[in-house]
Design a protein around this ligand. Structure first.
Ligand code: SF4
Length: 86
């Protein structure tokens, strides 16, 4: 029963894959990942699932509005496809 609850989550990005790898490397402990002493490891700087070399994207209000509209349309399209398959 417990094993059913511990089903592996779907990994959807390379950063999440690195994070999952590091957690597994540390015996399943996220805390141990934060204490990892292996600074020479190629994944060390990415062990928290974030890319430290990537700056946060700054968007103007117009860009935010355009992105919001694209997202709304994509959701509508996705929902319409789900209704068709049900
Ligand atoms: S950085 Fe390397 S050694 Fe440290 S937890 Fe991740 S994979 Fe393991």
């Amino acid at each position: 029963m417990k094993e059913e609850k511990k089903e592996k989550k779907l990994i959807t990005s390379p950063m999440k894959a690195i994070r999952a790898f590091c957690v597994e490397c540390c015996g399943g402990s996220a805390h141990e990942v934060s204490l990892c002493p292996a600074k020479e490891c190629q994944l060390y700087e990415f062990r928290f699932g974030k890319n430290p070399y990537r700056s946060k994207r700054e968007m103007s209000e117009e860009q935010k509005a355009a992105a919001s509209e694209r997202l709304r349309l994509a959701r509508e399209k996705k929902n319409a496809n789900q209704v068709d398959t049900d």
